[in-house]
Design a protein around this ligand. Structure first.
Ligand code: J9Q
Length: 245
């Protein structure tokens, strides 16, 4: 199980979401080990200053390097090595499900949350991975750090109830989910597909495969390039492609 350290100037932005939900329960049970570190605790001046003006001028402030180096040194001393240091930024490689699975196998993960115009670039000397969660502008790296923690933690044994379902998650296989329904069987003319009420489990399995493939072909055909499909799924996909042209 990896340990997680999250370095931020807004600890509450991390602590409050982590107190709730599945990750909160996992932390309470000891299945997940997360320490939130306030970057200001690693300053040495009276005013606990974490940022400064950029050399060369320009708007905004840059996070000073020394508090970050001290936070990383303290984390390495407490946790041990190897330390994987992740910075999130729009300049990073796009974070994907395969990264979540890979990161879950590491010993110690540090997530550095940036603010303002970013970090002093010398911090990148200590960064082992720079990851982006998507192409949009955010106010800081706290939400991306939570996104990555959530996706990685699902692969940590004991965090999610059913480990089988994590490993076989449709997205891990490169497919979108099939549609789900629960009671009642009809709301006016909004009916649950009859096959799901039939009790015929072979037919239900096939219907779900077809529905997942249909959705993926329609909405995210790019996913099908890397998908791991069984024989039946390959057969259904061939049919669907014929129907479409
Ligand atoms: C730190 N926009 O954006 C997309 N992935 C990460 C980020 C990001 C941001 C601002 C600050 C990370």
């Amino acid at each position: 199980m990896p340990t997680f350290d999250i370095v931020t100037i807004f600890p509450a932005m991390i602590e409050q979401p982590l107190a709730a939900g599945i990750l909160g329960r996992a932390i309470d049970r000891g299945a997940l080990d997360v320490i939130v570190r306030d970057l200001r605790d690693f300053t040495t001046d009276r005013h606990r200053v974490v940022d400064d003006q950029p050399y060369g001028g320009g708007p905004g402030m840059v996070l000073k390097p020394e508090p970050i180096f001290r936070a990383l040194d303290a984390t390495a001393a407490e946790r041990g090595t190897p330390l994987t240091v992740i910075m999130t930024s729009p300049q990073g490689r796009r974070f994907a499900q395969a990264d979540a699975q890979r990161l879950a196998g590491l010993a110690h993960i540090v997530l550095l949350c940036g603010r303002y115009e970013g970090f002093d670039d010398r911090v990148r000397e200590r960064v082992t991975e720079e990851l982006s969660i998507g192409d949009y502008v955010l106010t800081g790296g706290e939400l991306p750090a939570l996104v990555i923690l959530d996706a990685v933690a699902r692969f940590v044994p004991g965090v999610v109830g059913d480990e089988q379902s994590v490993a076989e998650d449709s997205f891990s296989r490169g497919l979108l989910d099939f549609p789900q329904f629960t009671r009642p069987p009809a709301i006016g003319d909004l009916r649950v597909p009859d096959v799901l009420l039939s009790g015929n489990h072979a037919e239900i399995r096939r219907w779900r495969k077809r529905a997942a493939l249909e959705r993926t072909l329609e909405r995210r055909p790019d996913l099908l390039t890397g998908a791991s499909l069984d024989e039946e799924e390959q057969e259904i996909l061939k049919e669907l492609r014929h129907e479409r042209d």
